[in-house]
Design a protein around this ligand. Structure first.
Ligand code: FMN
Length: 204
């Protein structure tokens, strides 16, 4: 049975994901993109992975640099996800980051980060499966992570009400959903200058 892309999307949008920025240091400067497919893969050796679309404009430059650093976004960082999901060579302009020991960018205020050498890149349909050998990693703020679920940004405590909304389990048409399921919306609007978490990103 061939699965239509719309059916694929309408079912798999019910799988919540983390939201990360995968970044690398190209000769021209830092490059990065939003990635929801990040996953820990192996303990021995320590491997992580993610899937990147073949159409990504940042990935070829990151790949050529030999490694990548994954920053796991916190629930107050939805604007960074939206920002890094638009192709542009200037995405790091105005974004606070610091260098891992490798020099690769860690987004300030990230919940956690994982710095990797590229171990393998495998074809996976219209995506590539990228595996990375973990060289270094750490907890940043350790705060609750940002989630992506049913087409919107969520906090972990929002998922219960999102699941209640979706309880019919059918694949039929449903009314337009708000971007966020419950009480306190997670906005992807960029905060005013000066309200970004300071370098180091420690909770107050
Ligand atoms: C929440 C979220 C998750 C995403 N996950 C992925 C992903 O796992 N793989 C991917 O290739 N693109 C993913 N994208 C889309 C890319 O970020 C987007 O296509 C971006 O424009 C790519 O930038 P680039 O062309 O600079 O590489 C995601 C976007 C969002 C908002």
């Amino acid at each position: 049975m061939r699965v239509e892309p719309d059916r694929f999307r309408s079912v798999l949008r019910h799988v919540p994901t983390s939201v990360t920025i995968v970044a690398g240091l190209a000769p021209e400067g830092p490059r990065g993109l939003s990635v929801g497919s990040f996953v820990p893969v192996s303990l021995e050796p320590a491997l992580v992975g993610f899937f990147v679309a073949r159409t990504s404009t940042s990935w070829p430059e990151i790949e050529a640099s030999g490694g990548f650093c994954v920053s796991v976004l916190g629930e107050d960082q939805a604007w960074l996800s939206a920002h890094f999901a638009v192709p542009s060579p200037d995405k790091f302009d105005g974004v606070a980051w610091h260098a891992a020991r490798s020099g690769r960018p860690v987004i300030d205020g990230a919940v956690a980060w994982v710095d990797c050498q590229i171990a393998a890149v495998h074809p996976a349909g219209d995506h590539l499966l990228v595996l990375g050998t973990v060289n270094d990693l750490g907890v940043g703020t350790g705060r609750p992570p940002l989630l992506h679920h049913r087409g919107g940004y969520r906090r972990a405590h929002d998922l219960d009400s999102a699941a209640e909304d979706a309880a019919d389990g059918g694949g039929g048409p449903r009314p337009a959903e708000p971007d966020v399921a419950s009480r306190e919306p997670v906005s992807d609007a960029r905060p005013p200058a000066g309200q970004q978490r300071p370098p180091g990103g420690q909770p107050p």
